[in-house]
Write a new protein. Structure first.
Length: 160
């Protein structure tokens, strides 16, 4: 499930900042997986695996949200040379996943585990995007590069 985002992250290491948003492709693939899973899983693995469809479908939103994180952590680790941010994203995502799993698995089983994983992926994605935005803003503020239409006015107001 993570091979495609990891391959994309490897391929776009250098132009991460200008890379197109791959959430649309991830959402399209997830939609296709969700549409065919109810038919393919029982056909390939047998009817006793029909129960795996719902957990798979609960995992897909988290996968879509987390797919760009593979690219963002390359930016944080390689381009910024600050690998501890990637570790922070992974640890934060893991802690939320474990907490959600502890709450959801007892009452919901595999569906709870899948939902907990998706919640952890979503939190990890939000954390990675927040770090990316914050560090990109900090980098541009230090270098004097304008990052938004109001940035030049802000710079002029504070330096004048």
């Amino acid at each position: 499930m993570w091979l495609v985002p990891a391959a994309i992250a490897t391929a776009v290491t250098a132009p991460v900042v200008a890379a197109p948003d791959d959430r649309h492709a991830a959402a399209l693939i997830a939609g296709a997986v969700a549409a065919i899973a109810p038919f393919v899983i029982p056909a390939v693995f047998g009817n006793q695996f029909r129960g795996a469809v719902a957990p798979l479908e609960l995992l897909l939103p988290g996968v879509v949200l987390y797919a760009p994180v593979n690219v963002l952590v390359v930016y944080l680790s390689v381009r910024r040379a600050e690998p501890w941010w990637s570790l922070a994203v992974a640890v934060g995502s893991m802690l939320v996943t474990v907490g959600a799993a502890l709450l959801l698995i007892p009452g919901h089983g595999a569906r709870g585990a899948a939902a907990g994983s998706s919640i952890g992926y979503a939190v990890g994605a939000a954390l990675a995007w927040a770090l990316f935005a914050g560090l990109s803003h900090r980098r541009s503020a230090v270098s004097g590069v304008e990052t938004s239409p109001g940035a030049a006015q802000d710079t002029a107001a504070t330096s004048g």
